[in-house]
Design a protein around this ligand. Sequence first.
Ligand SMILES: [Zn+2]
Length: 440
Amino acid sequence: LTRLWAEHAWLGGERAVPSVLIEIAGERVAAVQPGADRDGARVLRGLTLPGLANAHSHAFHRALRGRTHRGGGTFWTWREDMYAVAGRLDPDAYRALARATFAEMALAGITCAGEFHYLHHAPGGAPYADPNAMGEAMIEAAAEAGIRLTLLDACYLAGGFGDTPPEGAQLRFSDGHAGAWAERVSALRERPHARIGAAIHSVRAVPADQLATVADWARERGAPLHAHLSEQRAENEACLAAHGRTPAELLDEHGALGPSCCAVHATHLTDGDVGRLGATAICMCATTERDLADGIGPARALADAGAPLCTGSDSHAVIDPFEEARAVELDERLATGVRGVHPAPDLLRAATAGGYAALGWPEGGRLETGALADLVTVRFDGVRLAGTPADDAVASVVFAGAAGDVRDVMVGGRWVVRDGAHESLDVAAELRAALAGVAP
Ligand SMILES: [Zn+2]
């Protein structure tokens, strides 16, 4: 039994709770007792939170950070840079880059990540000897970094609407048809730290008559199903031209939406789309959406329609779960001129339990008896949060905290980060080495 005493802890309510004893047995929380004496337990100074989830990651995009701004460009020129990195990765380089990126996430308080994985095959499109070599590299990378992973294996078959064949780097993404995708993904094994989910890369990349194959695969297994949705206006226009339907309408028509589905971005929606997405989780990726000039999605309207929100760092322009969470509110303030439509506890819920649920770990992302023992302590003795009043601790962490304020991180009852340092990896050195070979 591990006994921890949190100076303050967020137990899901409006405010932080003082003096919380947290007992951990194996990888689960055995008891949570507010107002407890320290009584020899290990002290966690600051605010202790449930583990944070990063519900949408492409680990290899970390190689693009800071390198795609010269000359401005568009989403579509950014995509060319991304394809160039994708073209240089083999399973070993993919694993090294992902291990370093997942370790950077651990330092930021992320205990569970959803890897939206589409780089499946060798250059030119031939399968590796193990057709899941790239996915296995992701699963191993997460284990080495010490975090949980849901491998969201993405079906990617076409270069665009109208069955445009994949070309260039896209050849590595394609299994040819959805049946072959399903066969390959069915061979992936879950581990204690890793679960398997499905993804429809986008309505551009999966022909309409094959969407149901992916949706059915996920439904039959009770696995999460994720999809990029309406990130760019050009995608909506092309979808309307090809199918006479918006991307949300097309996914719905083929049975892809619903409680085990998570739509990523959901930036450019019609009012009808918002209603249609009410039972589907929505992953907002604000720092990437800013970086790519995507736009600001209607998070409040989606939440009002019933959609649970979660957050993701997507292209890893930065990795900071606090920035992702507050941006849901702050970006919407800029767009609407209205303040305070997403209260701080709601944003923290999106970044914790919301993400865990969308990734198929509903037993995580909360500090309560029986939950996974994944937790994060944010320090209040650094310059950013010094002097934080206890009553405003939750809002202070959400609206002013940063990845660099994370002091201790536990995943499944094991310390992964202590006093701001990763337990087993020199993360900056790992990043330097991994990026040297592959960055543009
Ligand atoms: Zn993405």
